[in-house]
Structure formats: structure tokens, C-alpha cells
Design a protein. Sequence first.
Length: 154
Amino acid sequence: MTYKINTFVILNLLKYNHMKQIKLLSVLVIFLTLTVSCNKTPHDKLIGNWDISKIVNSTMTEQDDIDFFNEMNKDVTDKEVFTFSDDKVSKNFPEKSEGTWEIDENGTVLSIDWGENDTYSPHTFTVKKLTSDSLIVEEDFEEFLMTTFFSKIK
């Protein structure tokens, strides 16, 4: 009788320890997944395809000016996609272009150089927001600030 009770107790303890190990392993896997996904550098977050969703000129206050600006940039917001690879960036509109890019380690300054055919290159952007699926940058043209909103294409 004692033998049967002890076997039963031991089997239940083993079952309990097995469940504990599974729970511990599950917590460990979740922790590692979160750690890996949260430790992306700004450079890593930028790699991929980005669609321009909105462009805003913050100096415009008159609705007619804002409407004109939005209409003027409609093709850009409808068609332009930026593709960032390790050290190259390309865009498909208004003409295909390829350049180089870099972002500082804090993720606050993005620089894109489209080469000598672009009068304004290199472009320096202040990064307002950078997540794995959203990018907001601001470029200072001295006369006005232009804010561009991007969403990542998955």
C-alpha cells in the first residue's frame, strides 16, 4: 500500500515539475523574442520598402495653399516608394534613382545622397518618429519645413 501511494505521489510530482518546466520554457521563449525584436537598431528598422503616405508643409496656413500643395504632391504620395537596403536607397518616382544613406546611432538624423544630379543632395532629415512600421522625417529648406510621413510596406 505504501509503495502504491509513494509511486502515485512521485508521478504527480514529476507531472507538476514537467508543467513547471514547460511554463518556464514558454516564459523564456517569450522573453527572448521580445528582446530580439526590441533590440533593432535604427538602421535595422529602416531596411525595407517605405510608402509615402503624407507630405506636410508646416509654414502653410491658408487652406488654398494647403490644397494646392497636396494636389501638387498627389503623384508622389500615390506612387513613390523608398527602398532601403544595407547601404543603398532607391526610389521609383518621378524617375528611378539610387543613392546612399546613413542614420546616426540614436536614430535622430537620416542622410540621403542621391548623387550629383540632385541639386539638394545630400538631404538631411530630422527623424521625428521611427518604429518598425512608421517613419516621420522633417527636412528644413530654410524657407519652410517639410514633414514626410512613411508607412512600411509589409
